[in-house]
Write a protein that binds this ligand. Structure first.
Ligand SMILES: Nc1ncnc2c1ncn2[C@@H]1O[C@H](COP(=O)(O)OP(=O)(O)OP(=O)(O)O)[C@@H](O)[C@H]1O
Ligand SMILES: [Mg+2]
Length: 276
């Protein structure tokens, strides 16, 4: 079963060159790798290494100078603007470092926003946005505007907005970059938990190796090149986890057996009592 997991994103010999006057800046230099469906993948590297450029190319926000980016079997570099926009609405979600919320809108209106483009009827999208905000722990902040919330709360709204339409892939560029350590861990757990529960693929940019340890796979980037691909958890081989969860199940079974035995014992005791 393992080997059949779909390569949801394939990056093949991708280059990105920026031209500024006479200057030519090579932000990405022949980059190739793939990401599996359901994988949590981090792009890790120092400032200026090309992480955001790579994320923006994969998310269809910028165009590559060369090579191919294939998502769900489709070469996004070849799509028309219109088709790319539809593709992004249908399959992709985004979380930004600076939250990118609409300041004049309430939390619930911000989360509803992607559903407006998907033409989800008003009542249904209100309910979906509300449910999602409750899920991220903001049930009591539905009518607050971004300026009336803390940074961590604003990013929770950002996460609710990214996940509300149940996208197959969520891209996140330094999503905890403006948050303190405790809130960072909460936000990371939230992103990972939501993605794993719905088998979604996450592509996250960070410069922090501690955050990258949340990932299944780390793509190390240096000066526009891939330095190495590090697999922390092979999602094609769930054996380790299965073995661990089997042990848990065994423990639980034993516990249950004991409970059943003790219930039977009590029933026997009662019977005995009645006989006596
Ligand atoms: N629009 C642009 N025009 C010209 N050069 C750019 C542009 N965007 C990025 N660059 C250059 O490309 C290189 C990679 O930039 P990128 O933003 O991808 O880095 P990064 O790894 O995300 O860094 P950081 O951690 O600081 O966000 C840098 O040298 C940067 O100066
Ligand atoms: Mg960046």
């Amino acid at each position: 079963m393992g080997e059949n997991i779909e390569k949801i994103i394939e990056v093949k010999n991708v280059k990105k060159i920026y031209h500024m006057g006479h200057e030519r800046i090579c932000a990405l230099n022949d980059v190739s790798f793939h990401i599996l469906k359901g994988e949590f993948c981090c792009l890790l590297g120092t400032s200026g290494s090309g992480k955001s450029t790579l994320l923006n190319l994969m998310a269809g926000i910028e165009k590559a100078s060369g090579g191919q980016i294939i998502i769900k079997g489709k070469n996004i570099s070849k799509m028309s603007e219109n088709n790319l926009a539809k593709f992004r609405q249908r399959y992709l979600g985004f979380v930004f470092q600076s939250y990118n919320l609409m300041n004049s809108m309430t939390a619930i209106e911000n989360v509803e926003f992607p559903l407006v483009f998907k033409k989800v009827p008003r009542k249904i999208r209100r309910k979906m946005a509300r449910d999602m905000l409750i899920k991220v722990g903001l049930g009591s902040r539905l009518r607050h505007k971004p300026k009336e919330m803390s940074g961590g709360q604003q990013q929770r709204v950002g996460i609710a907005r990214a996940f509300v339409a149940n996208p197959q892939i969520v891209f996140a560029d330094e999503p905890t970059g403006n948050l303190d350590t405790k809130t960072t861990m909460e936000v990371m757990d939230l992103i990972k938990g939501m993605a794993k529960a719905n088998h979604q693929t996450i592509v996250m940019v960070t410069h922090d190796p501690r955050l990258a340890s949340y990932a299944d796979k780390i793509i190390h980037i240096l000066d526009g090149n891939i330095q190495s691909v590090e697999i922390l958890r092979d999602i094609t081989k769930p054996e380790e986890q299965t073995a661990a969860s089997l042990e848990d199940t065994e423990e639980e079974n034993k516990k249950e057996e004991k409970e059943i035995v003790s219930v039977q014992a009590t029933e026997n005791d009662k019977e005995m009592e009645e006989r006596i």
